[in-house]
Design a binder for this molecule. Structure first.
Ligand code: LLP
Length: 413
């Protein structure tokens, strides 16, 4: 593990996080370990070494340009959900032929970009197919498309991150598959190359992936019978990580791939779209304690970081581990760890048993690499925090802090 403790201090690779905090000065900030990103990506590569496969990193999880360049440099493909993510992936050097555009509301501009760059496009609905056709006709350029199917397998996750059930807003209505196949057959600019599904996020059981893969393989057979030769089987992303640190066994990429290996048809290319399991545990969100208060019953640790920089606990009522980066001797109590934002939804963690810190103590929210900086906002006019990357004993700023001047410039209209 790239984050570990020594003599009561938290380390990231070879560096003491407290020293980094003193050096960085600005607070709060995100801190990444390059070794952890590499280890996570390599775990997928190892799992897939005997399989024809594309690892498509889900850019939405974390779109820091430096991190994207590192991943493209390791050979990763990219999974995109917007035209801007497509442009960023170009800048990061991803091979766009190993890239997939997802989405239930792709615009004509986004589709044009995807068609121009030969990105694989998932068909999500009747209107989405019509828009793809409109785009390929206008550009007189062919497109490789996959059909997004809802296998209707319960991912057993928070409803907000469940995406492959029948009532999901994503994917086609499976009963209309034949209609889609006929439309594609009659269109000589569309090339149906595969099927796609994405069950949801934070999945902790490989059985769920296996059940869905079986269903997807059946869909591939139906499509083949209709005269197509689909060769991409895209089973989406969604593998969970160990947020809870409860000792529960979280499946590894190898567990996931091993669980479906025997049912994968020959001569296909498997596409997998991991986001969280590549970047989630590769970062911590580093704060300073502003103060400690109590109302008699409830005790609060108030930090400078808030729901504006890290919204997952507030939005999904989810757990991310919180700890101090240095030895703290105070009385152990039960605290809510809260930010300064002006509403009660603003918390980083609830009911945590922690020693009472003094002002200025360093505190981290762990497993903050995925969907944390990417979902940050300017609420309460908090500025987008800077990001730092550790590589061995080297610290690099990979995103400067946003300033009020940056913000004010938006009003130069
Ligand atoms: N592919 C598709 C089509 C997706 O919609 C997603 C994530 C992924 C891949 C990557 O899933 P991952 O491997 O990262 O689980 N904001 C939420 C997560 C939303 C995920 C949405 N889709 C959170 O903070 O937990």
């Amino acid at each position: 593990m790239s984050f570990y403790h020594k003599n009561g201090y938290l380390y990231c690779e070879d560096l003491k996080v407290k020293d980094i905090q003193d050096e960085v000065q600005y607070s709060p900030f995100y801190l990444y370990s390059l070794a952890q990103v590499k280890a996570n990506y390599t775990a997928y590569q190892d799992a897939l070494k005997d399989t024809n496969a594309i690892i498509g990193y889900a850019v939405k999880a974390n779109n820091n340009l430096t991190l994207l360049k590192k991943l493209s440099g390791m050979g990763s493909g990219a999974v995109l959900v917007s035209g801007n993510e497509l442009k960023l992936s170009l800048a990061a050097g991803f091979n766009l032929k190993r890239t997939i555009l997802n989405g239930n509301g792709k615009t004509l501009d986004e589709l044009a970009l995807a068609v121009e760059h030969g990105v694989l496009i998932n068909i999500d609905s009747e209107f989405d197919l019509k828009h793809i056709q409109q785009t390929t006709n206008q550009l007189n350029t062919p497109a490789n498309v996959l059909i997004r199917i809802n296998p209707d397998v319960n991912p057993e996750v928070h409803p907000y991150v469940s995406t492959g059930m029948k009532n999901s807003k994503f994917g086609i209505r499976n009963e209309k598959l034949n209609w889609f196949l006929n439309e594609i057959k009659n269109d000589n600019l569309l090339n149906l190359v595969g099927v796609h599904c994405h069950l949801g996020s934070t999945i902790k059981k490989v059985r769920i992936f296996r059940d869905a893969t079986e269903i997807m393989v059946d869909f591939m057979k139906i499509i083949e019978k209709d005269g197509f030769s689909p060769h991409y089987l895209n089973i989406g992303g969604g593998l969970g990580i160990d947020y809870d640190r409860s000792g529960e066994d979280i499946p590894s990429p190898t567990d996931l791939i091993d669980s479906i290996r025997d049912i994968l048809p020959e001569h296909i290319t498997l596409i997998i779209e991991p986001g969280r399991s590549i970047i989630g545990n590769a970062a911590v969100f580093v704060n300073r304690v502003t103060g400690v208060k109590t109302n008699g019953n409830k005790h609060f640790i108030v930090t400078d970081g808030s729901m504006a920089e890290l919204i997952r606990p507030s939005l999904y009522d989810t757990y991310q581990h919180i700890e101090f980066i240095e030895p703290v001797e105070g009385k152990i109590d039960t605290f809510d760890v809260v930010g300064p934002v002006c509403e009660s939804a603003d918390f980083l963690g609830k009911e945590r048993r922690l020693p009472t810190p003094s002002e200025g103590t360093g505190l981290v929210v762990c497993d903050a690499g995925a969907y944390c900086h990417a979902m940050s906002s300017n609420y309460n006019l908090k500025m987008s925090p800077p990001e730092y990357l550790v590589d061995g004993d080297k610290l690099t700023c990979i995103r400067r802090v946003e300033t009020l001047d940056d913000y004010l410039r938006l009003f130069d209209v």
